[in-house]
Design a protein around this ligand. Structure first.
Ligand code: UD1
Length: 368
């Protein structure tokens, strides 16, 4: 029985790696499932894609739909057309999507319309913020998902509230954390570590790529100025996402003296930087899960989160998008008053195995 595993953009790759590893392990033991790895090509640069496959030991995709960049609708349409064609040429027994990127939603729609059941890893999470394309992707995907693999009790509750019965919800934990725990011992400093004179606990990591934060030059410049001031001259290592690079180029030389813009980092180097940072300042969702597990303080420049457990249990705090709220939070950090946090339930490194065990059972029932 062949299932499709869909990956399209950078945050998908760390989520599929443990599922593929678990499938391979079961196959070696005579397990019934086979997979076809479908890369949509939403992210295509080595720095946004290839490096992650290499470092995380993900096999070459069986199919690359090579959709490339475009507007939200262009990308969605291109992925749907090409994935539909693939399914028509060679149908799979299940379409497994992860996360909340455009590829997740587009493949779920194409599959479900051909009556190929959909499983959604990281289903059920909600920020409530419809200005984020990811929130639309989550809502659409979950409205046509058969089986949900969830990371948190909050996700389970969101699904129940929309009428999803418990039999379709599998609270399995977090595959992104499987990848982190499997790679903690392999993390390594980036080449610029010595060159920039970085020392553990004596620098910040910054990532920004949400349209709300980086598409407006004025807002972006104000935020960078607040970050420069609040971090008190400590180096701020800023791996710059391609979307952000565009605004940064247009602005030309903004940010305080501590700002060190670098290319997007591969997985092992990026998480080395996070693990040893004084704190992380970000507008990402996934990074707040990694900082929670590494117990590194995290300041999130968003008003909402779809991952509330990173705040209630973990090290994350929602600072919002108003730059004036950063200074008081950083003052507390420098005063040593940040919470240490705990680890959310089932974020234990075994999620990939739990997903594969459930899939074997579900597909056996569906096809019997
Ligand atoms: C996407 C995801 C977001 C995720 C982020 C991580 C959606 C709606 N958003 O946003 O959830 O957090 O990826 O990176 O799916 N580009 C390159 N090289 C690449 C890929 C993109 O230069 O390999 C450029 C594109 O040309 C475009 C920009 O980066 O100008 C944005 O890429 P896109 O995939 O549209 O969305 P992201 O902002 O990366």
């Amino acid at each position: 029985m062949i299932l499709d595993i869909i990956a399209g953009a950078r945050p998908n790759f760390m989520k599929i790696a443990p599922i593929i590893r678990a499938l391979q392990a079961r196959e070696a033991q005579g397990g019934p499932l086979r997979y076809r790895l479908v890369h949509t090509g939403q992210h295509y640069d080595a720095r946004m894609s290839g490096d992650f496959f290499a470092q995380l030991g993900i096999p070459e995709p069986d199919v690359n739909l090579e959709v490339g960049s475009g507007t939200q609708a262009e990308q969605t349409a291109a992925i749907m057309v090409r994935y539909e064609k693939l399914l028509l040429d060679r149908r799979s027994a299940l379409c497994l999507v992860v996360g909340d990127v455009t590829s997740t939603m587009a493949c779920a729609i194409a599959a479900q319309k051909l009556c190929v059941p959909v499983a959604h890893v990281e289903g059920g999470i909600r920020s409530g913020d419809w200005t984020m394309p990811e929130e639309i992707n989550r809502m659409v995907t979950d409205s046509i998902t058969n089986w949900f693999f969830t990371t948190s009790e909050a996700a389970n509750e969101n699904l129940r509230r929309t009428g999803v019965p418990d039999e379709r919800i599998f609270f399995v934990g977090n595959t992104m954390i499987d990848t982190l725990l499997a790679n903690l011992g392999r993390l390594r400093p980036p080449a610029f570590w010595a060159e920039l004179g970085l020392q553990a606990g004596e620098y910040f990591v910054l990532t920004l790529h949400r349209p709300a934060n980086v598409d407006s030059q004025a807002a972006f410049a104000r935020m960078l100025a607040a970050i420069g001031e609040g971090t008190r001259g400590m180096p701020v290592v800023f791996p710059v996402h391609p979307r952000t690079a565009k605004t940064l180029r247009e602005l030309g030389g903004v940010g305080g003296p501590g700002l060190r813009s670098v290319d997007p980092q591969p997985y092992l180097e990026f998480n080395w930087l996070v693990k040893h940072a004084r704190a992380v300042i970000t507008d990402s969702g996934g990074i707040t899960e990694e900082t929670t597990v590494m117990q590194v303080p995290c300041l999130t420049l968003r008003d909402t989160t779809e991952r509330p457990e990173t705040v209630t249990t973990g090290t994350n705090e929602l600072i919002g998008t108003d730059p004036s709220r950063l200074a008081p939070a950083l003052d507390r950090l420098f005063a040593g008053q940040w919470k240490r946090g705990g680890i959310p339930p089932l974020w234990d490194g075994r999620t990939g195995e739990r997903i594969v065990a459930a899939l074997e059972r579900l597909l056996a029932e569906a096809w019997s």
